[in-house]
Design a protein. Structure first.
Length: 226
């Protein structure tokens, strides 16, 4: 198998990435047709964790973080590392020292379909991480992998330069070429939700303004007074 490090990738516009980050995972997932969501076993290591940036993808051997170190060198400020392994792993492949290096180079966060360690330190550093596991199990730096290739991370296809958004609801990937369009759809959805929220606060019932009474009737649901 050929291993490679691709140094140059295309990225979405910074203002589009910022807007998507403000919209959040749930809104984006709905706006792009309920697609792009990474498996929910990826959880933020602290509740306030949020991130939005361009994906730099990393394919590693399980228990080996060599390629994460290699990826840091080619990242640009605003990037997010998206790490997967060639077979299942829960080893602690990322910790406080790697996070220190990432922050020094403007990397915004980490999505890893494996384990992390030094969680107290990462939390104190306010370095956002979404991982499958937390484990003190150490790793080696001995096996080749690749950087900036198409990968599958937590069940979702992620390509270099795709936009990654993470928050307490999980992680979603947006195709780079569709990022501006999805951001527009997300804004429309937020406006629609604001209108619905106002109606709900005023005491209106969702079954009325969502038109659900007709749906209930169509499904054969009957109201009975006893």
């Amino acid at each position: 198998m050929k291993h490679q490090i691709v140094r140059t990738i295309q990225r979405a516009a910074a203002d589009v990435i910022q807007l998507l980050g403000e919209q959040g995972v749930a809104t984006i997932h709905e706006a792009q047709g309920r697609t792009g969501l990474l498996n929910p076993y990826l959880r933020p290591i602290y509740p306030a964790a949020k991130v939005a940036g361009s994906a730099v993808t990393v394919s590693c051997q399980p228990g080996d973080n060599l390629m994460i170190h290699a990826a840091v060198e080619i990242c640009q400020p605003g990037d997010v590392l998206v790490v997967t392994t060639t077979s299942e792993s829960t080893d602690g492949m990322f910790g406080e020292l790697l996070a220190t290096s990432c922050q020094a180079h403007g990397i915004r966060g980490l999505i890893i379909d494996a384990g992390v360690r030094d969680v107290a330190d990462l939390t104190a550093m306010d370095f956002p991480v979404w991982s499958k596991a937390i484990s003190a199990q150490g790793t080696v730096k001995a096996t080749p992998g690749s950087v900036n290739i198409e990968v599958v991370c937590a069940g979702a296809i992620v390509r270099p330069g795709d936009v990654i958004v993470g928050d307490l609801d999980g992680v979603v990937v947006i195709q780079r070429e569709l990022a501006a369009q999805v951001a527009q759809l997300g804004q429309r959805r937020l406006e629609k939700e604001a209108n619905s929220r106002a109606k709900l606060k005023a005491g209106e019932f969702g079954v009325d303004f969502y038109g659900l009474r007709a749906k209930l009737k169509e499904l054969g649901v009957e109201y009975i007074d006893e």
